[in-house]
Design a protein around this ligand. Structure first.
Ligand SMILES: [Zn+2]
Ligand SMILES: [Zn+2]
Ligand SMILES: [Zn+2]
Length: 253
């Protein structure tokens, strides 16, 4: 299995428009962060978790011409604004794109992309198969995917586990009963927006407490805002097995 961080930024991305802070103005390319998304390549299948506004750039950068499925964590635009660009894969694969999401997210996609689902559709809109999932394990082409319920302030969202890799973005809390899905994790990817707690996101210390409980072999932060420490400094604040991810980082397992 190979995972690629397509984007590791929070909803604004980094640099933030008009910001002159040291992270936004940094020369370290690792501090330039597109909106968060993860690519998972496993047994000749390629899945992408979230399709944000930078999806097109991410697909071009990674030279992707085939995908087997999209998984959506929740309906916020920094995770769904790139859905129109899934058209490219309709042309390439001559088939609709399978999009796996919860009922609430499917309803939101249908509302927000009303023209895609209209009765008299404009020719050239994306062709999507919206497939409803719940927090129960499901399988695509023989690959088991375990959704993990989490809360983004009060909004129920999903994280996903593939093998021993778990991806949880836009998380504030995880219900007690979901922790059994996080046993024996090799790589835990967790959103951390800034050093201080946020109403809908983990702050740095809250994230470290969760990591302490889940005990992965390695943990990476994503969905990072310009207020979190720059990539070159984060190691001063976290245990050795924890680090910030950055755009383009790949991990083979
Ligand atoms: Zn987000
Ligand atoms: Zn900034
Ligand atoms: Zn969100």
């Amino acid at each position: 299995m190979k995972i690629t961080f397509l984007g590791t930024g929070s909803s604004h991305g980094i640099p933030v428009i008009g910001c002159n802070c040291k992270v936004c103005k940094s020369d370290d390319i690792r501090n330039r962060r597109l909106r968060s998304a993860l690519m998972v390549e496993i047994q000749n299948n390629r899945f992408i978790i979230d399709v944000g506004p930078d999806f097109r750039q991410q697909m071009l950068r990674e030279n992707i011409s085939h995908i087997n499925g999209i998984l959506l964590t929740h309906a916020h635009k920094d995770h769904t604004a790139g859905i129109d660009d899934l058209r490219a894969f309709n042309y390439l694969q001559k088939a609709p794109v399978n999009v796996y999401a919860e009922k609430r997210v499917i309803e939101s996609v249908k509302r927000e992309y009303e023209y895609v689902f209209a009765e008299n559709r404009y020719p050239g809109v994306p062709e999507l198969n919206l497939i409803e999932i719940s927090k129960q394990e499901f399988s695509v082409n023989g690959i088991n995917i375990i959704p993990i319920r989490a809360y983004h302030n009060k909004l129920p969202i999903l994280g996903f586990r593939f093998g021993n890799v778990a991806y949880l973005t836009d998380v504030k809390t995880i219900p007690e009963e979901e922790f059994t899905k996080l046993n024996n994790i090799d790589v835990l990817i967790l959103s951390v927006i800034r050093p201080e707690p946020h109403i809908a996101h983990l702050g740095l210390n809250e994230a470290l407490e969760l990591i302490e409980r889940i005990k992965p072999t390695k943990a990476f932060f994503t969905h990072i805002s310009h207020v979190l420490y720059p990539q070159s400094e984060i190691k001063k604040y976290v245990p050795l097995f924890v680090d910030s991810a950055y755009d383009g980082l790949t991990i083979e397992l």
